[in-house]
Write a protein that binds this ligand. Structure first.
Ligand SMILES: Nc1ncnc2c1ncn2[C@@H]1O[C@H](COP(=O)(O)OP(=O)(O)O)[C@@H](O)[C@H]1O
Ligand SMILES: [Mg+2]
Length: 247
């Protein structure tokens, strides 16, 4: 059954900097679903994404990828796992090469054939509406265009897990709409698991199927999106989804 396979699971995950900023007992992500992580600024959303993308080591806890433990207190994640996931940041970090080269990067690194790379890049350029910009130096694009390139580059190799950290923060409405459309298309056309951090409660209601509300590093509540917005169990969740939580 699509959507039933566990892609990623965390157990007893914590991260301590000067203080503890993540403390999550258990959380799992299934194949083919979109998850929204919401919560006020400083809740630990970005830290959580960095941990599950193995950009940082957790202080305690285990992370399982397709049921296999891949990171246990300082032991690095293997390349095979890292090659199946990717992250898009709020501020796109593009290479100082053409738009086309940027999108092709992950495919080249993974040894795709030239013809396959060309085909995928062309399809993606169309999808993100940047056909005419194929040869443009990526660092000369507007914020919205750059984020579209970053997203195209991230999904070109069809990762099993796509992590998005506030991908539309600071973008104009037309670019927000385009990026949201791309995310929904990916969900319809592939079995990619998408974890999207957002502090925009409207976006959280529009895009994910499941929502996780993070507050002070802990999961307050998680559930189907509609339920989280219409009948949350925790008063803090209600305050946040109703826009009453001060942050
Ligand atoms: N590298 C770091 N060193 C020390 N503290 C950090 C570091 N990264 C994040 N923090 C702290 O961890 C908490 C959570 O931050 P973050 O994950 O960025 O929250 P969010 O993305 O939800 O806004 C904040 O209090 C932040 O100051
Ligand atoms: Mg953040």
């Amino acid at each position: 059954m699509p959507g039933s396979e566990m892609i990623l699971e965390v157990k007893n995950l914590s991260k301590v900097y000067d203080k503890e900023v993540i403390n999550i007992g258990q959380l799992s992500f299934r194949r083919g679903r979109i998850y929204g992580i919401i919560g006020p600024s400083g809740a630990g959303k970005s830290t959580f994404l960095r941990l599950i993308n193995f950009l940082e080591a957790p202080t305690t806890g285990d992370i399982y990828f397709k049921g296999e433990p891949v990171f246990m207190n300082g032991r690095g994640a293997g390349l095979p796992v890292l090659q199946k996931m990717t992250m898009v940041f709020q501020k796109p970090l593009l290479f100082k090469t053409s738009v086309k080269e940027n999108i092709a990067y992950g495919l080249k690194a993974r040894g795709f054939k030239k013809e396959e790379i060309q085909e995928r890049v062309e399809t993606l350029l169309k999808k993100v509406g940047l056909n005419e910009f194929a040869g443009r130096l990526a660092t000369t694009l507007s914020g919205g265009e750059a984020q579209r390139v970053a997203l195209a580059r991230a999904v070109a190799f069809e990762p099993a897990l796509l992590l998005l950290d506030e991908p539309t923060a600071n973008l104009d409405p037309s670019n927000v709409e385009l990026i949201e459309r791309l995310i929904l298309d990916l969900n319809r056309d592939t079995d990619m698991t998408i974890v999207m951090v957002t502090h925009n409660i409207f976006q959280a209601r529009r895009i994910p199927q499941e929502v996780i509300f993070l507050h002070e590093g802990r999961v307050v509540e998680t559930g189907e999106t509609e339920k989280m917005f219409t009948s949350p169990e925790d008063p803090r969740t209600r305050a946040f989804v109703e826009g009453r939580m001060i942050f």
